[in-house]
Every structure is written in structure tokens, then in C-alpha cells.
Design a protein around this ligand. Structure first.
Ligand code: 2HG
Ligand code: ZN
Length: 457
């Protein structure tokens, strides 16, 4: 135990916010899947930006590394301590939960890094506007973590990912200086886009403490449809026709084996009276009722074999329940290998066929569950069976993705989970620039080492 460091940290944030008891630290030291864990000297919970800067200063002076953490809903091990680090702290940003006044004229709001997605959505909604990013971990996921991972979620096809919502950022650099562009300028071409660069930087360049965020008109009408289909090629042709709807917000895909698993785990009834190999969740939203437009498009889709529709909130939630329960149902089977990948639209169907055959041959007897954000070309490949340290299935799937022109991470990031495969889908020129950027922001390598790039880069 590094007593001088702990004393310095207590001085900065107060003793109540330096957590050192093992059972109190435990929840911050392991990720949601149980796959990634490590041990920290302490979990430190600063209450404002000056305290964040002082914590970084004390850590630098003591030579310990810093793992920034938001709601700890990440899936690639980027927000929990490294298993192999000598001395590290977790820097929890959850106390930075300030919500600014909603600026209706500009349709913007400022939010601290610790504001949860649910809180942000409610805050925007109370002012008659909407925060557009939505994801299943909304109760715990925080603004800081969502910026740092450039979170995607369920609405990317209409509103873009987190980066598209960020107008400005406040962040603390490793040397304690503060970057702040929170003035809400929509147009600002005065040099490099540092806020954009920090989106998706996974805590390796700076500690995000707040963001100025774009808000959208809040749709007054929503309709959700569950569509039963014979296969993914059929679903893709339905998708291409759905794209003509300007109210289209979500097109999510799941398959019969995943739905069966979810029904057993969450004790849900089957969605249709007979099973369908491929099921889409489609949602449209607008200021007028989009139901007729959606029905019009679907009536021209012979691929759709079964349909369930709801526009009241209870009914809609029910139609989303099979989709939203996938992550938990898979986790209940064991520690999954999670491969969040994207493919060019025209290679999606080919990938689905090949990945099923590949997983069967590489990880005999394992269970493959596929689902994802079809409208974004993003599939979540989950494999349960092989021990966590046997990464042969990860390697095989990611190589297939690279061969088909995809990305090894669509929305979850690289973290520690995929670091060894970064060069599969980023060129050596890309990695060289990333390494140089990392050095420029964090010359001593104290921020989240081993995430995205090898430690020491
Ligand atoms: C989702 O879309 C999340 O459900 C989690 O991104 C995906 O658990 C996963 O693999
Ligand atoms: Zn997802």
C-alpha cells in the first residue's frame, strides 16, 4: 500500500472518496462480464474538475497509472484496472453529475461526465427535447464513458453515434491542464478538432469531465414493429426499403437461437406463434404518427412473414424486450467472448454464414449468439464455451471480419480485449499516428496504459 499517495489523494478529495477497502473497491475492479479485472491502490472519486486535475498531479508524482471509469458498463476491459499493472488507481467520475440548463434556442445542454444516460434523457425530455443516443445500459452508462468510447447504441442510423452529439468537451490532460470548449459553437474551424479526437479515445488521451451536447426535437409519436423473416438476406432487402422512411430510428436484428435463449433466461413468451429464423425490431418516430408510412413500406415486403406492432409505451417495451435481454441472457451462460464487429452492408449476409461455420469448427461445442444493429452493419458476435484465455475463436472471427473489409470494433472500442488485433483493420500508418498522438497528450503513459495501444507507447 502506497501510504503517501493515499494521504495525498485524501487531501484532494476528502477521505470519504478514497475507497481502499477491498470489498468496497470490488465493484470498480471487475467489468460487467466478469472477464476483465485487476487490483487498484484505491478508487478515487473527485467531485469537480479541479479535484480531477489534482488527483492526476498526485498520481503522476507517485508514479502510479490512472484508469478513468464511468458507469463501468464497457465490454472490452477499458474501464477496469489492468491485471498486470504494478500500481494503479481507478478514477471514478460518477460524482461529476451536474446537468446544465437546457438551451432550447440552441438545442444544447452541458452535462458532467458522471451524468447517466437515463438522467440525461429525462433532463432533455423535461425541456421538450431529446438526447438521441440510446442503449440498453442507459441506467448506468455515463456521459464521460459514452464520450470516451464514442458509444453507438440503438439510434445511430438516424442520429449518429456519440461523436455526432458532441458540440464541445471539457477534459483534464495528464499534466493537469484543462481543455475546455463548452461555449456551444456549432461552427468552429479554428484548428484541430480536439473534442472529436477525444471521442473514442478510451481514456488514453485525457480524462473527460464534461460535454456540451446536441439535443433533438422530441418525437411525439412512436411505433415499434417486430418482423419475422426467413433469413438475413431477406432482412437486408427489407432494410433497404425501410431506409426511405425519414422517421426510421432503429433496425435491430436477432436470430431464433438467441430469442430462444432469451425466452428461457428472462422467462418471456415467444414473440410469434411460430419461430422465425431472423427477427427485426424496427422503430419509427416523428411529430406525426409514422404508423401508416411504416405499414405502407412493409406491405411491399414479401419477405416479412409475421408482424407485431405497438405504438403505446407498454406494448413497445414488450416488443423491445427480446432484443434488450440478449446481453444478460448470454452472460448467464458463462463468460462470453464478445466480438463487436462491423461489415460493409453488401458483405453482411456472407459474414453471417461464414461466422457460423467458423465458430463451429474453431470452438467445437461452443454456443454462438448473434445480434446487432442491422441498420449500421454492426453485429455482436458472442461465443460462450471456450475458456476466457483461449482466444482462438476471437482471432478467427476478427480475421474473417478483416478479410471481408470490416472493422474489429464497431462501437465498443478496442480496450484491452482487442488490442492485439488492432493492426488487422488499422494500417501501420494509422497506428503510427495514434502512437504519436498518445505521446503528445500523455508523454509518460500514465492514462489508461495498455488500452488501445500497448502500455508504454
Ligand atoms: C447491444 O447492442 C450492446 O446489445 C451489447 O452493444 C452487445 O453484449 C453485447 O455483445
Ligand atoms: Zn450494441
Amino acid at each position: 500500500v502506497n501510504e503517501p499517495l493515499l494521504a495525498a489523494l485524501r487531501e484532494v478529495v476528502g477521505p470519504a472518496h478514497v475507497l481502499t477497502e477491498p470489498d468496497v473497491r470490488a465493484g470498480y475492479e471487475v467489468d460487467w462480464t466478469g472477464r476483465w479485472r485487476g487490483s487498484a491502490e484505491a478508487v478515487v472519486r473527485p467531485g469537480n474538475v479541479a479535484e480531477v486535475a489534482a488527483v492526476l498531479g498526485a498520481s503522476a508524482a507517485a508514479g502510479v497509472t490512472v484508469v478513468p471509469q464511468g458507469g463501468n458498463t464497457g465490454l472490452v476491459g477499458g474501464g477496469v484496472p489492468r491485471a498486470d499493472a504494478v500500481s494503479q488507481i481507478v478514477l471514478s467520475l460518477v460524482r461529476l453529475d451536474e446537468r446544465g440548463r437546457v438551451d432550447g434556442g440552441a438545442a444544447q445542454v452541458s452535462a458532467g461526465a458522471g451524468v447517466t444516460l437515463t438522467q440525461l434523457q429525462a433532463h432533455a425530455g423535461a425541456a421538450g427535447l431529446m438526447f438521441a443516443v440510446d442503449l440498453t445500459a442507459r441506467q448506468s452508462a455515463t456521459v464521460g464513458g459514452m464520450v470516451a468510447t464514442n458509444a453507438g447504441g440503438l439510434h445511430v442510423l438516424r442520429y449518429g453515434s456519440m461523436r455526432a452529439q458532441v458540440v464541445g468537451i471539457e477534459a483534464v490532460l495528464a499534466d493537469g491542464s484543462v481543455l475546455s470548449r463548452m461555449g456551444g459553437l456549432v461552427k468552429d474551424n479554428s484548428g484541430y478538432d480536439l473534442a472529436g479526437l477525444l471521442c473514442g479515445s478510451e481514456g488514453t488521451l485525457a480524462v473527460v469531465t464534461g460535454a456540451r451536447l446536441r439535443l433533438w426535437p422530441r418525437p411525439t409519436h412512436r411505433v415499434t414493429a417486430l418482423l419475422g423473416l426467413a433469413d438475413l438476406p431477406g432482412a437486408l432487402s427489407v432494410l433497404s426499403r425501410l431506409r426511405s422512411l425519414d422517421t426510421l430510428e432503429a433496425v435491430e436484428v436477432m436470430f431464433d437461437d438467441g430469442i430462444e435463449l432469451v425466452c428461457a433466461h428472462a422467462q418471456l413468451a415467444a414473440p410469434f406463434s411460430q419461430p422465425h429464423p431472423c427477427v427485426l425490431v424496427v422503430e419509427c418516430a416523428g411529430l406525426d404518427d409514422p404508423t401508416n408510412d411504416l405499414a405502407g413500406v412493409l406491405s411491399g415486403c414479401p419477405e416479412v412473414l409475421d408482424t407485431a406492432v405497438a405504438s403505446d409505451s407498454g406494448g413497445r417495451q414488450r416488443l423491445w424486450s427480446w432484443r434488450e435481454a440478449h446481453t444478460e441472457a448470454v452472460n448467464a451462460l458463462g463468460i462470453p467472448h464478445k466480438l463487436d464487429v462491423s461489415l460493409p452492408a453488401q458483405r453482411m449476409a456472407e459474414f453471417e454464414g461464414e461466422v457460423r461455420a467458423l465458430v463451429t469448427s474453431v470452438a467445437l461445442g461452443s454456443r454462438l449468439v448473434l445480434w446487432g444493429h442491422l441498420g449500421d452493419g454492426n453485429l455482436h458476435v458472442n461465443v460462450v464455451g471456450p475458456p476466457p484465455d483461449d482466444e482462438s475463436v476471437d482471432e478467427a472471427v476478427l480475421r474473417l471480419v478483416a478479410d471481408l473489409g470490416g472493422s474489429i470494433s464497431a462501437e465498443h472500442g478496442i480496450g484491452v480485449a482487442k488490442r492485439r488485433w488492432l493492426s488487422l483493420t488499422r494500417s501501420s500508418a494509422d497506428v503510427a499516428v495514434m502512437t504519436a498522438v498518445k505521446r503528445a497528450f500523455d508523454p509518460t503513459g500514465m492514462l489508461n496504459p495498455g488500452v488501445l495501444l500497448p502500455a508504454g507507447r
